[in-house]
Design a protein around this ligand. Structure first.
Ligand code: HAM
Length: 425
């Protein structure tokens, strides 16, 4: 026998026992997003490489080290999307959806980053993301955060996640601050780790985001962007925090929160869990007022976030909050012999018409009574319907409880739907 083929490292299979939980979480999120007026967009998984480079930024980890990029048969450089914001902006511009309009969009699907896989970090992972385009005020920033809080509450997670927020100000004040930061870290260059020395040249703000505990004191003593904000940025942020206070959402202002993608300005935020180990950010986002102009559109303000579904589900699992998986089968239909199989097919279809919510599995694959009962038991069904030659002759089905000690009953074909409707009422 030849060796079986394995999945690509960092890319996971999800089987029905797991997808049930995913669907549950997704359906709650979908409901909440539509409560707030967001509509779903479905966008390509593959985009031109240039799109990521021009939006996420050439000197970010994602673009420098993590993209799945390939040359297609036409010689064009394409990339599996590492995130959804760039594609959403590209689509909106291409479809003329942003011109003098506000859009509230959400999306869901796989993203790809060639990171080192570990718990909570994968190479194909799923995001649920939201983008609000055409709105510049702190009102939408606040509502977006409130919307995420509603989702955590619905999932039982609100007191297990903490909200960190920060403002990155405008590109102009960030530029001046960047110079201060470079001067500061250059003075202490001997204390920088290798990664930070590289970032000092390319993306010094990212040094603030270091996870290296040895650099914590150095980073904490660095100049703060908050002390170098322009008035409008300061007001935007204060207005956001006052709205969060009003609605009773707790937050921590983390001056070192800079996010890993270059398109952010003003508000940035993350929801972080203390129960997940190092991959603790369940949801992250912020304002990207410059991006649409950068990608060739009219300057248009926008804000969004995305959450990692694996991390969210891992968290539910860690906290014992996974919903109980309902048994996929309630009734297992045993059919003995070809005539009964034929009649069983007809009856099963009639039952599915009459009782659309019933989970009915019709036995397939033949075999004896014992074998079929084994399958029935394994299916988790409560009831077995049995149609053999004797029952067929009398136009009846025998019904046996698989979980309780109860006598078997015989039910005429014509009364079967009513009978089951009562049992599963
Ligand atoms: P991000 O912070 O790069 O932001 O990713 C958002 C979330 O996706 C993370 O908080 C995390 O939960 C999940 N995630 C990221 N990488 C991985 C991975 N390798 N494995 C598992 N989960 C992962 C964005 O992607 C922005 N597009 C969010 C946004 C939308 N900003 C504005 N609009």
């Amino acid at each position: 026998m030849s060796k079986t083929i394995q999945a690509v490292r960092g890319m996971n299979d999800l089987l029905p026992e797991t997808t049930w939980v995913w669907q549950h979480v997704e359906s709650i999120a979908r409901e909440i997003f539509s409560q707030y007026g967001y509509g779903e967009v479905r966008l390509p998984i593959v985009e031109k490489t240039e799109l990521s480079e021009r939006s996420i930024g050439k000197v970010t980890d994602v673009v420098e080290k993590e993209m799945y990029t390939f040359i297609d048969r036409n010689g064009e450089s394409l990339t599996l999307r590492p995130e959804g914001t760039a594609g959403a902006v590209r689509a909106g511009l291409e479809q003329g959806a942003f011109y003098n309009q506000v859009q509230r969009w959400w999306y869901q699907g796989p993203m790809f980053r060639h990171e080192r896989p570990q718990k909570g970090r994968y190479r194909q992972f799923y995001q649920l993301g939201v983008e609000a385009i055409g709105l510049s005020g702190p009102d939408i920033d606040a509502e977006m955060i409130v919307m995420t809080a509603r989702l955590w509450k619905k999932l039982g997670l609100l007191n297990r996640l903490s909200l960190e927020i920060n403002t990155l100000g405008t590109p102009e004040c960030r530029k001046a601050y960047r110079e201060l930061l470079v001067a500061y870290f250059t003075q202490h260059a001997n204390q920088l780790d290798e990664d930070s020395q590289r970032r000092l040249q390319t993306n010094p703000l990212r040094i603030l985001d270091t996870k290296n505990p040895a650099m914590r004191d150095l980073v904490n003593a660095a100049p703060k962007l908050a002390d170098h904000l322009d008035e409008a940025s300061r007001q935007h942020f204060e207005s956001l925090t006052s709205r969060l206070d009003a609605v009773g959402i707790a937050y921590v202002i983390n001056p070192n929160l800079v996010r890993g993608l270059d398109y952010y300005a003003h508000t940035v935020f993350e929801w972080v869990s203390g129960d997940l180990g190092s991959q603790a950010t369940v949801c992250g986002g912020g304002r990207y007022d410059g991006l649409i102009g950068q990608l060739g559109g009219q300057p248009t303000p926008a804000i969004g976030f995305a959450m990692g579904l694996e991390r969210l589900i891992l968290l539910l699992e860690t906290l014992g909050l996974l919903p109980e998986v309902p048994l996929p089968t309630q009734v297992y239909f045993i059919v003995m012999g070809e005539a009964a199989e034929r009649q069983g097919l007809v009856l099963a279809e009639q039952l599915r018409d009459a009782l659309p919510h019933l989970h009915l599995m019709l036995h397939a694959g033949g075999g004896g009574m014992k074998n079929q009962f084994k399958r029935a038991d394994k299916s988790g069904a409560q009831l077995a319907l049995i149609l053999g030659e004797a029952e067929l002759a009398k136009q009846e089905v025998a019904i046996k409880s698989l979980r309780e000690e109860k006598p078997q009953v015989l039910v005429p074909f014509a009364e079967l739907a009513n009978y089951l409707a009562q049992v599963f009422a």
